[in-house]
Write a protein that binds this ligand. Sequence first.
Ligand code: SF4
Length: 344
Amino acid sequence: MKTLPNTPFVKEAQEYVRRRGISLEDLGSDYFRPMIQRAKERIREAIKYGIVRTVLEDPDVEIISYPIAILILSQIGDPFLSARYAVAEAKRVNSLLREEEDSVLLYITQHTFQWKVFKVSTKVMGRTYAFAIYFRDYLRGVPRGEIAWKLINRPLIDGYVLLQKYELARLIEEALRKRIESLCSERPSSEMRLPTALEKAIEEVIELYRPYRERIGSLSELRAGGSISREAFPPCIKALLDDLERGKNLPHMARFTLATFLLNIGMSIDEVLDLFRRTPDFNESKARYQIEHVAGLRGSKIKYLPPSCSTLKTFGLCTSPDEFCSRVRHPLAYYAKKMRRGRK
Ligand code: SF4
């Protein structure tokens, strides 16, 4: 299959690695040195650029370096690093799949993810759709909190959701991201004896990531004891901060809500930017531009407010409202009321 080195996550690539019967001990031999080198490179590209490059010089190196990278990350056990790698690898696959033939996307979804997908050529309201996916499989893979992906906004025929090619590639990206994150989070057995070459690679990756990791810090430092009280945050904002703490990839609306809320209660652009360093696809210049934009320093020069409670409900971002929520229609009103009550 011509996509094997491009897509080392597919079933065939995994079977190929399994058939080779490579043991941990084998990884210490000179033969696997380029594979370990490429695995480190994959992680370095994820840390530095937020996307892994596709390299096709040696298919064996490309296929085998992928599980080695996951092994290194599971040994390190840092959820932020694992999440960043998962996003970077999944993004690479998305951009490749957009250029691939439809049959390749079909094959991957059916054989690697066991989704019910088939080819169509259907026009609905002026848009031509190339694929149909069974709605349960669609719901499993759909990106969270993005209104365009809600089932209610999708053309649906006999239980199948119609998709364009870039949309199916996006679903594969999301499914792959989750799969990689889950593989990286598997705790290795304490009995596992790693060859020196792999131990060295792990130390190098930790060293490489250290400056990025140190800047992330802890959310509990959020102006503790200062003018901002996390205790007074509404449940929706606390939930978004919890997701950020766990290194989850927040959808656009969630990021907008969090950034505008924090800026409007008095956090500085740099403080908000530092919080967003936790997002797995963090890109400093892009994030700074977006935060400055919603703070009213760029573009239209409008300082944005967070969305109202009713908008957040529509986007599925009103999480576990408490009894205090029944008295407000806006997260900022919740915060202001709670702060006033706290001062009494
Ligand atoms: S009701 Fe409003 S303030 Fe309360 S959790 Fe929902 S969106 Fe947030």
